[in-house]
Design a protein around this ligand. Sequence first.
Ligand code: SF4
Length: 160
Amino acid sequence: MITLLGKILPGKRDRLEQWMINLNNSLAMAEFPGEPKKLLLLLPHCLQNDECAHRLTKNVLNCAGCGKCNVADLVKMTKKYSIITKVATGGRLATRWVREIKPDLILAIACEKELTEGISAVYPFRVIGITNARPAGPCVNTAVETKKVEDYFIRFSAER
Ligand code: SF4
């Protein structure tokens, strides 16, 4: 429905998608049984600095922690809170990670479009979507508010 509305009102697409993500997040938080034993953090490939040669899709721990992109901080956090973290190059790989890992809850970082499509694609797995920032335009050198991600980790770690 959101996709159709986005086609009818193209200038409002991002806002409609953000509205849907916020609604989904509220529902996921309200419905969550309270003890997410297995949390999966899904990162988009575009979060990695485009000059970085490390292969994160194989293993996010391949990040050397240079700090040129948000991946360094996210890796530190996922080690601290024992979160499974995967990097996906697109929706198909993200869906594969979800089906293989079968997490209780997913924290997914992506643009509005990828998040709305991904939330539907992996249903009934519960997803909390965090929208990325695109200071260099879409799909390259994107960023995320790492504090927002850590706030979720803290909340869910307290319940584990
Ligand atoms: S922080 Fe990690 S992923 Fe980002 S550029 Fe540095 S080594 Fe690469």
